[in-house]
Design a protein. Sequence first.
Length: 149
Amino acid sequence: MRCHINQKIYMNISNQKGFSLIELLIVVVVIGVVAAIAVPAFQKGIWAAENGSTIAAMRTISSTEVGFFSQHGRFARLPEIQARLSDSLGTTIGDRVVRGRYTFEMSPITPSDTELRTAFTVTATRSVAGDPTYKYELTQTGQIVQLLP
C-alpha cells in the first residue's frame, strides 16, 4: 500500500500542467510585435497633440495681436502678449516663450516699434534630438503656415 501511494504522488507531479518554453517565447514575440507597432503610433499621437496645441496658441497670439494693435497702433512683442494673457502661453525666457517642446519667437527677435506698426512674424519651432523638426509661422495676416517638415 505504501508503494501505491508513492506512485500516485509521482504521477501527480509528472502530470502537472504549465507553459512550455516555446509557448512563453511565442507570447514574448507577440508582445514585441505589438509594441513595435504601438510605440510609433503613440509617438505620432503625441506629436499631433503638441502640434494642435501649438496651432491653438498661435491663433490666440493672432487674436491678441489684433486687439493690441487696435489699442496701441502697433503689434505686440511676445512678452507683451504673455502679459496680456496672464502668462498662459508658456514660460517667458528673454524675448522667447517656451511652451512644452515648442519655442515661440518673433522675427526679428526684438522688433522695433516702427517695424511693429506694419507687420509681425512669430515662429514656433519644435526641435528635439532624434525627432523631426516642426516649424510654424504666423504673420499679421493671421495665416499659420507650416514651414517644416
